[in-house]
Design a protein around this ligand. Structure first.
Ligand SMILES: Nc1ncnc2c1ncn2[C@@H]1O[C@H](COP(=O)(O)OS(=O)(=O)O)[C@@H](OP(=O)(O)O)[C@H]1O
Length: 377
């Protein structure tokens, strides 16, 4: 049981791995899991990341190259990977990404998306916390929703907002994935990027447990679709194009590759994960986010790799920040636990008893004892 086995199993491929990649990260669409995948790839190959100064590129305002840490019009530098939250503006992004950049994004069924957003952001969105529950909100949204109230953009048509319509999406992105078919999405992405199987293996991050998700009746689902009509329209369109793409990829080839992906993920889960457990309630809502405890008996290289697979968006961003800006980067206060014995949450699930020591210095040691926290996205 070792990471290497999976890498060795892969046959050589004739294509050239893409190293210039732009991912439009969006709310509650498995985007933290994909961000982790991109961070690991870029980190492994020492690629440069366009990093935001404060975890997001000026969101909810439109993207500006000024929000990239260290960028100036004078140095006019280009980056390999861009994957943090933004409100997309193609021309502005193109200024800082090479011409052959591969652009992709991800959507999710607006029904489960809206429920996730409500639970996760209840206290952040006044339109939400005026209602007693999601079912209550969705039965009569106009009673609670006021567009001018703070963060109301999180309460309606979440898919639509960062992207401005399906024609623009179609023009700007070479691949549009669906969180609801995550494994098929990873197969398509792997094919497009020409990356290895292990590069595509992720553990589910920023996730609630299945029992915490609210199941809706058909009538309630219809209410959500009506309330988020633009999202529903967008989703239907890209659901169709997604399955057309699967069709041209080949259905049986897809089934085989999904099976390999799942088998390899299982192997790595067995290697890395001791247990999955409920973390603390997130700060802005009622969601308890699952965390992972790593196995205690891992070799140091495996520990490092397993740990990278469970780093959350903020934690990985801090590591990359530290790597790209060794002198200016600092450990943000919120990542450091108030008491060192506190069990970490949000994916940084190193067991209390297992003080994993990374060889890369004090920062990581702190991080490993730290408490992950999540800003709203
Ligand atoms: N691999 C995979 N497959 C399917 N779904 C997945 C996966 N990884 C994460 N998720 C689900 O995505 C939700 C979190 O999305 P984000 O990470 O984009 O949220 S955030 O906006 O960055 O806070 C969150 O949804 P809910 O659990 O319904 O809240 C996660 O469970």
């Amino acid at each position: 049981r070792h990471f290497k086995q999976g890498d060795e199993k892969q046959s050589p491929r004739s294509c050239q791995p893409k190293t210039n990649v732009m991912f439009l990260k969006t709310h509650k669409t498995a985007s933290s899991t994909i961000l982790n995948l991109l961070c690991r790839f870029g980190d492994k190959h020492n690629l440069t990341f366009a990093l935001p100064t404060n975890y997001r590129f000026g969101y909810p305002e439109f993207f500006s190259s000024r929000s990239i840490k260290g960028f100036s019009q004078q140095n006019g530098r280009l980056y390999n990977i861009m994957c943090h939250h933004m409100r997309f503006r193609r021309l502005e992004v193109q200024k800082v990404m090479p011409a052959d950049t591969f652009y992709f994004t991800i959507l999710r069924n607006p029904v489960t998306l809206a429920e996730s957003s409500y639970t996760y952001n209840t206290f952040l969105v006044p339109s939400f916390h005026r209602s007693a529950s999601f079912v209550n909100f969705i039965a009569n949204p106009w009673k609670y929703y006021q567009p001018k109230l703070q963060n109301s953009y999180l309460a309606r048509n979440l898919l639509w907002r960062p992207r401005l319509g399906w024609q623009k999406i179609q023009q700007s992105f070479s691949l549009i994935l669906l969180a609801d078919y995550f494994d098929q999405s990873m197969v398509l992405l792997r094919d497009a990027l020409c990356w290895s199987l292990d590069d595509m293996i992720t553990f589910r991050l920023n996730s609630r447990s299945t029992v915490a998700r609210k199941h809706l009746s058909r009538a309630q689902e219809d209410q959500v679709k009506q309330w988020n009509a633009m999202d529903w329209y967008l989703y239907q369109h890209f659901n169709k194009t997604f399955w057309q793409r699967v069709e041209s990829f080949g259905k049986s080839r897809m089934d085989q590759e999904v099976a390999s992906l799942q088998a390899r993920r299982k192997e790595l889960e067995n290697l890395c994960i001791l247990q999955v457990r409920n973390g603390e309630q997130n700060k802005y809502g009622q969601a308890r986010i699952l965390g992972y405890d790593l196995n205690l008996n891992l070799s140091l290289p495996d520990k490092e790799r397993c740990l990278r697979m469970i780093l959350t968006e903020l934690q990985y961003t801090d590591l990359l920040d530290k790597k790209q800006f060794p002198r200016t980067g600092s450990v943000p206060k919120q990542l450091v636990a108030k008491r060192s014995w506190q069990a970490p949450i949000q994916g940084l699930g190193v067991n209390k008893r297992s003080h994993v020591i990374w060889p890369l210095g004090r920062f990581k040691k702190k991080l490993l004892r730290g408490q992950g926290q999540h800003t709203p996205h």
